[in-house]
Design a protein around this ligand. Structure first.
Ligand code: PEP
Ligand code: MG
Length: 571
């Protein structure tokens, strides 16, 4: 499945590396036996916990895999063979490896696909046992990447991905993954292509093997032949040419054929991202995800370090607007050092996250408010609050900022020349309260990533739901059109900052329902501008109105056919 577009070449690196056995000869056989016993005990505990959690629907592993794991974990034959290998004088690590090699050889002789599959599970378990026994739990990020790397994992969290060296990390291949999971968003921001839902990749490929990753087609080539690499290189060159064409559009306006101006800003989250502004030709940063700084830190970033980051972003933006979103922590952006305990709620995306958490942890929010106010001294500060569900939450957050501003003024500190406040619309309930909210805000930013998951009740990080619902569905588009109609004429700027806006066909549909401001991933600025410059907004509006009044069964296909007939540049 295509998660992040782009093409990459490199060697396979396992996110959780296989342990390399350094010592094979045991000095003390009984000590080695004790190590293996204790490792088995720990491994069984882990598997039992995972199975228990899976029964209540919280574990990531699938039930069936866990059942097999459990069977192997308690298999007496396996532990006996390891023990025998220790008797012959091997260290615990060497014994586990020896038994694994022999099992692998035996299984290879049996021509049974079902058994081969079980072998994968046993390999996984054997690796787990090895990591426990050797105490090596680190990821490949900790050991560092030696060459251009394609990272292989079952799944990754956004913080785990951010730990990798961006210069060496060329691509990611996952067994799971979904389009709007934060890890995918981070990868998109880093410009790292990602292919997801590649079943069994951890067993098909070995560490260090060459790989080709095609995020445009959603393909991964393992052990490519020379001809495959050549044709890949050719396609990569075509991609570069297209990027050069997009770059040529940089100084051209994002204006439709009938003269409608569209604003294209970018989403960012790291200090370096601000440099992308110039390269992409975007008009500003429409969403700066301040929680990324929290995700990459080992402990809570202090007010001074927050202030330094915000100031450096404003400096790099050189007068272009930057919209800072207060921290959106929680959900799939969990912070071990901030949460009192592991979030055990069944549904963290709908739980104690974003503004809910910030308002209850007011010291955290006060520090962020002060950092933002002082960083923007003498300039315009734009602040927006995530996950506002009812207007009073916005009011509380706003009051907290007003209080900090008043404090800065009374202690004669330099303050921003102007502060603009906005809310994200990503919880459907807020759409019903716009009459109350609009007079209080300067801008409203639609977060389609969360909005979609709440409208469809479909977890944005669940790989099984990743392609079940389409952004080009009448349900979402009608909802958004009602929002756009309500905001129209209120003087409030309406912007859309979810991943949906970075896809040409989707963005075209959004223009057709009245959205004119977008904040998108930097790599999408070129393709979206090309699309904008190829459409007649009046015609698109007409088409969308008709399609939403009487939706065709295959909405996406009907719209794509129409776009092709009208020569819309869809990339
Ligand atoms: C969204 O929900 O659409 C959004 C832009 O915010 P995030 O992806 O960070 O939740
Ligand atoms: Mg969101």
């Amino acid at each position: 499945m295509k998660l992040v577009a782009g093409m990459a070449k490199g060697v396979a690196v396992f996110h959780q590396p296989r342990v390399v056995v350094e010592h094979t000869v045991a000095e003390d056989i009984e000590a080695e036996r004790a190590r293996v016993y204790s490792a088995f005990r720990k491994m069984r505990e882990q598997i039992d916990t995972m199975t228990r959690e899976a029964e209540f629907g919280t574990a990531g592993e699938h039930q069936e895999i866990l059942e097999t794991y459990k069977m192997f974990a308690y298999d007496e034959g396996w532990s006996r063979r390891i023990n025998e290998a220790i008797d012959s004088g091997l260290t615990a690590e060497a014994a586990i490896e020896r038994v694994q090699q022999r099992t692998r050889a035996r299984m290879r002789e049996i021509d049974d696909p079902l058994l081969q599959e079980r072998m994968h599970d046993l390999e996984d378990l054997s690796n787990r046992l090895m990591r426990i026994v050797s105490g090596r739990f680190g990821t490949a990020a900790q050991t560092g990447l030696a060459k251009d790397a394609i990272l292989i994992a079952r799944n990754l969290g956004p913080a785990e991905l951010l730990e990798y060296d961006k210069r060496r990390l060329k691509g990611v291949v996952l067994e799971e993954g979904s389009l709007t999971a934060h890890m995918t968003i981070v990868a998109r921001a880093m410009g790292v292509p990602v292919v997801g839902r590649v079943e069994d990749i951890r067993h098909i490929v070995s560490e260090g093997e060459p790989l080709l990753v095609d995020g445009d087609l959603g393909l991964v080539v393992v052990r490519p032949t020379r001809t495959m690499t050549q044709s890949f290189d050719q396609r990569m060159a075509v991609g570069q040419k297209r990027r050069a064409e997009y770059a040529a559009l940089k100084s051209k306006p994002a204006e439709t054929l009938d003269g409608q101006r569209i604003t294209l800003m970018v989403n960012a989250g790291l200090a370096e991202d601000a440099a992308m502004l110039d390269a992409s030709g975007a008009e500003g940063i429409g969403l700066f995800r301040t929680e990324f700084q929290f995700l990459i830190s080992a402990s809570l970033p202090g007010r001074e370090s927050q202030q330094r980051l915000y100031k450096s972003v404003l400096d790099a933006a050189a007068g272009k607007p930057v919209v800072f979103r207060t921290v959106d922590i929680g959900g799939d952006k969990a912070l071990p050092y901030l949460m009192d305990e592991k979030d055990e709620s069944e549904n963290p995306a709908m739980g104690w996250r974003a503004l809910r958490l910030s308002l209850s942890r007011s010291t955290l929010m006060k520090a962020q408010a002060r950092a933002l106010i002082e960083a923007a001294a003498g300039r315009t500060l734009s602040v927006m609050f995530p996950m506002v569900s009812e207007p009073w939450e916005y009011e509380e957050a706003r009051a907290l900022f007003d209080e900090q501003l008043a404090w800065c003024q009374s202690s004669r500190r330099a303050v921003p020349s102007k502060i603009e406040y906005g809310a994200m619309l990503e919880v459907p309930s807020l759409a019903e309260m716009l009459d109350e909210l609009l007079p209080r805000i300067d801008f409203l930013s639609i977060g389609t990533n969360d909005l979609t998951q709440f409208l469809f009740a479909a977890d944005r990080a669940d790989p099984r739901l990743a392609d079940r619902y389409d952004w080009l569905s009448p349900a979402i588009l009608r909802f958004l059109k009602r929002v756009a109609d309500k905001v129209e004429g209120s003087g409030v700027t309406l912007r859309l900052c979810g991943e949906m806006g970075g896809r040409p066909l989707e963005a075209m549909a959004l223009i057709g329902i009245g959205i004119r401001n977008f904040s998108i991933t930097p790599a999408a600025v070129g393709p979206i501008k090309a699309m904008v410059r190829s459409i007649d907004a009046g015609q698109v509006t007409h088409k969308m109105t008709a399609m939403l009044a009487r939706p065709p069964r295959e909405f996406r296909k009907a719209l794509a056919d129409w776009a092709r007939r009208h020569r819309v540049a869809l990339g």
